[in-house]
Design a protein around this ligand. Structure first.
Ligand code: HEM
Length: 190
């Protein structure tokens, strides 16, 4: 796959404390129910942690997700739909959050590249298409002062549609935080 990756220097991970989520309990309840359905029993007392877990997610990846949901109001985002894909600009004036966010973007795009679907509990189904069609995606990443520009294109119509849908989903996550993920999960299970 053709890929341009401008390496960014990331220093130390910021440890962010727990922040209460408005809809935390409703969402946890739903995740618990889903776990019951999977025969995993009730895993009380785990807080939000299990929502950011996947089949092989690292603690660093889970910390990044938590940081972005905790700090979503500090993230600005613009998405341009191109004829063959997307160009997104995602930024924050919070340097610690920026490190987590940029690390998430680089790490997750690398996962797509390698076909290593994390299968995080709350992840969008649109990612299934991006992982399936990963060989058809060309990605470029470019740092900005306060974030990152991602350009992703494809010659395949299904892939272009999925890239655009996913970019809109990320914008909604940035705008509304965990509530966005919660609504998407509820829509899936009803
Ligand atoms: C507030 C929450 C989140 C933010 C702000 C965020 C941000 C981003 C950004 C900026 C990108 C680059 C693509 C684009 O700009 O559209 C991206 C890609 C990605 N994110 Fe997230 N993300 C969030 C939550 C999640 C969650 C919960 C998952 C679950 C695993 C996830 C998995 C991915 C994957 C797999 C990609 C690569 C997709 C591709 O190659 O197009 N993200 N994310």
């Amino acid at each position: 796959m053709k890929r341009t990756l401008l390496l960014l220097t990331l220093t130390g991970a910021a440890v962010l404390g727990g922040v209460a989520y408005a809809n935390r309990y409703a969402l946890e309840h739903m995740v618990m129910q889903r776990m019951h359905g999977m025969g995993m029993g009730h895993m009380g007392g785990m807080g939000m942690a299990h929502m950011f877990k996947g089949v092989d997610t690292t603690p660093a990846e889970e910390t990044e997700l938590r940081a972005m949901f905790d700090g979503h109001t500090q993230i600005t985002r613009s998405v341009e739909n191109l004829p063959k894909g997307i160009r997104t600009v995602t930024e924050t004036s919070n340097p610690a959050l920026r490190e987590q966010m940029v690390s998430h973007v680089i790490g997750m795009i690398d996962r797509v590249d390698q076909g290593r679907d994390p299968k995080v509990t709350i992840q969008s189904l649109t990612l299934d298409i991006l992982f399936k069609n990963r060989a058809l995606i060309v990605t470029e990443m470019e740092p900005t002062e306060t974030g990152i520009i991602v350009t992703q294109t494809s010659d395949d119509a299904e892939t272009v549609a999925a890239l655009q849908k996913h970019a809109a989903e990320v914008s909604d996550l940035a705008a509304r935080g965990i509530v966005s993920a919660q609504e998407a999960m509820m829509a899936r299970h009803h």
